[in-house]
Ligand binder design. Sequence first.
Ligand code: PMP
Length: 453
Amino acid sequence: MPDYDTQTLRDWDRRHIWHPFTQMKEWEESEPVVIVEGDGSWIVDSEGNRYLDGVAAIWTNVHGHCRHEINEALKAQVDRLEHSTLLGLTNDKAAVLAKRLAEITPSGLCKVFYSDNGSTAVEVGVKMAFQFWRHEGQPEKSRFISFTSAYHGDTLGAVSVGGIDLFHGVFRPLLFPTIQAPAPYCYRCPMGRGTPAACGMECLAELERIMESHAGEVAGLVIEPLVQGAGGMIVQPEGFLRGVRELCDRHDILMIADEVAVGFGRTGAMFACGREGITPDIMALSKGITAGYMPLAATLATQRVYDAFLGEYREMKTFFHGHTFTGNPLGCAVALASLDLFESDRLLEKLPKKINKLKEKLQGLIELGHVGDVRQCGMVAAVELVRDRATKEPFAWEERVGVRVCQEARTHGVFLRPLGNVIVIFPPLAITVEEIDFLVDGLAKSIRTVTEG
Ligand code: PMP
């Protein structure tokens, strides 16, 4: 139990915490739920209420909360070494983890650059790609292609390659301009087409046109493989990612895959790129890397990218980038314990049954009057609520339908977060099939209550 009563904690929070992505005026008038414990797929508040964690501690949790084996690994590491530095030294856990990451990521990624959150992992990738072409004697290759609805984090470089106006618009004057390509948001196809089968993925043809019109200018393309997360859990049609890889190859553009949200099993495979059999030139990892325990991130690169940075000191080919907590041994020890659990729990082997269960349960939601689209990729799913299914007219933003559905879900013991009118389902991978029932049933009831009165 916490050291202070709920009201005291709420008061201190309202007085002193400035919450992320939160209208604080509203928050100050609310009675925040104070989470004090975690247990498997559940989180527990200071009053003893339990909620199924439908967002996996903001898309990070893999093996459940407070998993004994990870707790023990963390305790053992903290008794040996809490932090050192990768500036002039290495440490055992960082070295072992780098080797294992090189083994499990798509073949060809062999160099690991550590940082501590998803935004920096992407930003490192962008800077690497930019500097790479300078070393290759092609400094004119300096621009980036990114996608509409993309989200790569909140630091300025990551925001520059983002494409969500609501979050990023205000900062535009501070950002470097990018070349935006249409995301394959099939429910609201930017090319005005129907299903991917019917259109032959015209968005790929459009991407190629964009590459051709910027021939010789593009350093890299940044993409969230298979699922665009914060943009609304937009699931890409099969083959899109492979098509992007082919286009990057054809136009000699470095492909930066942001697997911050989808890495570590989320899509049913260890990495989303693996599902389409591709290797990006650069890959950003965070969130699931420590199964949701510690802030850690890694940017992986191929030998080709890395080799461009080798030279005599005076040649100024060094990658001048690094954060204080780079390669933190606590984070690395936890990441190693998580990888062990993937094996000992045979987690990936168990996923198809859960994925099918989720799929079957989601079928039930399609019947609800205001569910416009249900999309799923492995253990991530989204339900897009609309005012009118026939016209796909969205609910007005001010109606806050998504927020209200998630608020209602709490009364059914389920914690969810919306992205506008899209309800995201992103539970710990350790969730059981019975818990999937509970989660989707709670969501269905909540959607009914809010949208049907
Ligand atoms: N990339 C993707 C795809 C993400 O979903 C996120 C976070 N939601 C980030 C980058 C940024 O990660 P962080 O919040 O750890 O900076």
